[in-house]
Design a protein around this ligand. Structure first.
Ligand SMILES: Cc1cc2nc3c(=O)[nH]c(=O)nc-3n(C[C@H](O)[C@H](O)[C@H](O)COP(=O)(O)O)c2cc1C
Length: 364
């Protein structure tokens, strides 16, 4: 039992982690105050999960423009930095490590968040999805295409947000380049029809990701920067016409950045109708990426131990299992039963379904 690879220490950038079990970034919509600042409840929630080798926080908007869901926390105001300070202090008191996820939703937003102004995106294309606004779910609108000089300003917003995260005592940041948000909107050819240096070729569509990564590295150092990508994702964004070509190129280039880690989401569902789609994401990109690799999506204890034992990944992030099981590493260690997470309270607000999942009793 103690030979579980998940429970062995691992190096991640400048940190030595006590295990390879990561809490995946998860929006919980509990920053329900006018500042969109983390609260004492957040500090408690994350501190309960400090036995993870690494916690990655919920997506946190880098600027007022970056928001797309109600009650998500930001990392661009003094009140938000003060809120995150409570979280980082609480996690460190439990000997945990915590990175903050830097988020810009792009077109997955709504004018209601922006005083009636349009959300921004690489190109003026309505994603025909929904945004979770203060008045409930609303259909998205056709966004406004960013001017070239505005793209540069957003790159600076990422760098400033990374500095703010460090000022708040977080151990590092994860750049959210997954799940159909702004960075992925730039990467994919269906949502990026730009004719400037940020559109057209793969190199041009990836320029935004690389400029963000370089700016964040310059701000806080590569050894505390991770990047999350979803090379098989079709949520919020259509597949690229050449998914394999796009991600082989982008991930190959990321190898040269000496990041703390690359975080990939595995494929989900039936993707057989999509041409050039890599469905064994972890195994395939292990061969492409030289550096610390974290995988996620659909793993349980057995499959996670196996993916590490086979050498396909160095760490595994768990999402829903960590919502219901604050002491997930101990449960894995003991092979103990797992609590079921209640989907009704994922985004509901309040303490129910947030800080009230029981931990195991200590072994006598
Ligand atoms: C409630 C909830 C909120 C999520 N919010 C985020 C988020 O803010 N950022 C992100 O990158 N992924 C987010 N995800 C995706 C998770 O990080 C993870 O990829 C997904 O849950 C699959 O992992 P699992 O099978 O271990 O649950 C969220 C998932 C859930 C269930």
């Amino acid at each position: 039992m103690n030979e579980q690879p998940l429970l062995t220490p691992v190096r991640l950038g400048r940190y030595q982690l006590s295990n390879r079990i990561v809490m995946a970034p998860m929006t919980r919509s509990r920053a329900d105050n006018p500042d969109n600042a983390p609260t004492e409840l957040h500090a408690q929630y994350y501190a309960q999960r400090a036995s993870a080798g690494l916690i990655i926080t919920e997506g946190s908007q880098i600027s007022p423009q970056a928001v797309g869901y109600i009650h998500t926390p930001g990392i661009h105001t003094p009140a938000q930095i003060a809120g995150w300070r409570k979280v980082s202090d609480a996690v460190h008191a439990g000997n945990g490590r915590i990175f903050l996820q830097l988020w810009h939703v792009g077109y997955v937003s709504h004018p209601d968040f922006h005083g009636g102004a349009l959300p921004v995106a690489p190109s003026a294309i309505n994603p025909n999805t929904q945004s979770y606004t203060p008045q409930g779910m609303k259909d998205t609108v056709t966004p406004r295409a960013l001017e070239t000089h505005e793209v540069k300003l957003i790159v600076q917003d990422y760098a400033q947000a990374a500095k703010n995260a460090i000022a708040a005592g977080l151990d590092g940041v994860e750049i959210h380049g997954a799940n159909g948000y702004l960075i992925e909107q730039f990467l994919r050819d269906g949502t990026n029809r730009r004719t400037d240096q940020y559109g057209g070729s793969v190199a041009n569509r990836a320029r935004f990701l690389f400029e963000v990564t370089e700016a964040v590295i310059a701000a806080i150092g590569a050894d505390r920067v991770g990047v999350r990508l979803s090379p098989a994702n079709t949520w919020n964004v259509p597949a690229d016409s050449d998914m394999r070509g796009l991600y082989d190129s982008v991930i190959g280039t990321l190898s040269g950045y000496d990041l703390a880690y690359l975080h990939l989401r595995e494929a989900q569902g039936d993707l057989s109708a999509i041409p050039n789609m890599v469905t064994n994401v972890t195994e395939h990109y292990r061969r492409v990426y030289r550096g610390t690799l974290m995988t996620n999506t659909g793993f349980d204890r057995e499959r996670a131990n196996e993916v590490i034992r086979k050498g396909h990944a160095d760490l595994v992030a768990f999402g829903t299992l960590f919502i219901g099981n604050p002491d997930l590493p101990e449960r894995f260690r003991r092979g103990a039963p797992l609590n079921q997470a209640d989907q009704q309270t994922f985004y509901q607000g309040g303490s129910k379904g947030f800080i009230d999942y029981p931990a195991l009793s200590p072994v006598a």
